[in-house]
Design a protein around this ligand. Sequence first.
Ligand SMILES: *Cc1c(COP(=O)(O)O)cnc(C)c1O
Length: 370
Amino acid sequence: MSERRDRIVFGRPLMPRQQDFERLLDPVFRSCQLTNGGTLHDRLESVLGQETGGHVVLVSSGTMALMLALRLGGVARGGEVITTPLSFAASVQAIDWCGLVPVFADVEPAFATLCPKAVERAITPQTVAILAVHFQGIACDIAALEDIARRHKLWLVFDAAQAPDIQVSGRNICLSGDASALSLHGTKLLSTAEGGAVVVGDAAQAQALARMRNFGLEGGQMTGPGINGKMSELHAAFGLAVRPRVAAEMAARQQIRGWYDAAFEDVPQIRTLQPRPGTSASHLYYTLILPPDLRAGVIASLHAADILPRTPFPILCGPGTVYAGAVVHTTRHHAVAGDVAGQYLSLPLHGDVGRDGVARVVQAVLRGIG
Ligand SMILES: *Cc1c(COP(=O)(O)O)cnc(C)c1O
């Protein structure tokens, strides 16, 4: 019998030091201001604004950020929003919950993000917006999508929940399109346990978003569309307490990427998902691209070694899903998105994996491909 080894999980929340969190909460216990734009909330908003170079509006979740980013466009209910089948459920749910109609366009084979050609083909007189997702840490073809949106006068929202850390030509990815949505959920890099943010380039738009997240109120009057999308002081305190740990965590993950890259470089059966040229590498995902049967063998081998990898969610408009009846525009006879969902396999990528953990993961992957 081999000795019992620790499980290597796919991801784990980055936690603040408990005393840092508690110290930040002291003033909250004195002032009793729990929410409605408290001091900690405003501080986190301005820190994130400096980091992204945009105007940041904190909200209660990434899903709320997507809904407010869509509503900011002033698009008519019932309009069509072109989106990707490859994402977490939240991106299509945000469209639906806003009373808009999702239309799925296929993804690019090389990067698995929304294919500009398929988007162009999906445009109808009812199209009002595009909701593109930087899937698994890979930037969309931002320039091409911005060009389409400009030519067809469509509102362009990017879901940056899986790519908050990506730089595009040296700029933060959230400065793309008309608005970007971030998630601050516990599974993401920087977290407030539950939370999110909309990033926009323009102060007036940030003000409009700030009204929307607070019931549309201004000076006690309901001045426009609104909902309760606010972030509490307790959540903001968590974000402020964990933020100083993010840089070291990113450095650790970058090192792990390098080790994985070096280990798989010369293995002919393994392709790895690398960043789109001109953009930085993800700190949230390290993804292998394997034919489905090979992937099954690798997953079995990882599980046998008590290592938990991650496969993408099934495509959002696939058979048996809520959106199975939706319109789908594909780039070839069969959808690329479906292929990708069957081929991607993401390996554990977080500071606790360490050098020994990487060696164990690599060994299990290589055993899995036989
Ligand atoms: C995590 C995630 C969301 C949802 O964020 P929440 O904060 O959990 O609402 C949205 N889109 C994508 C692509 C995500 O990965």
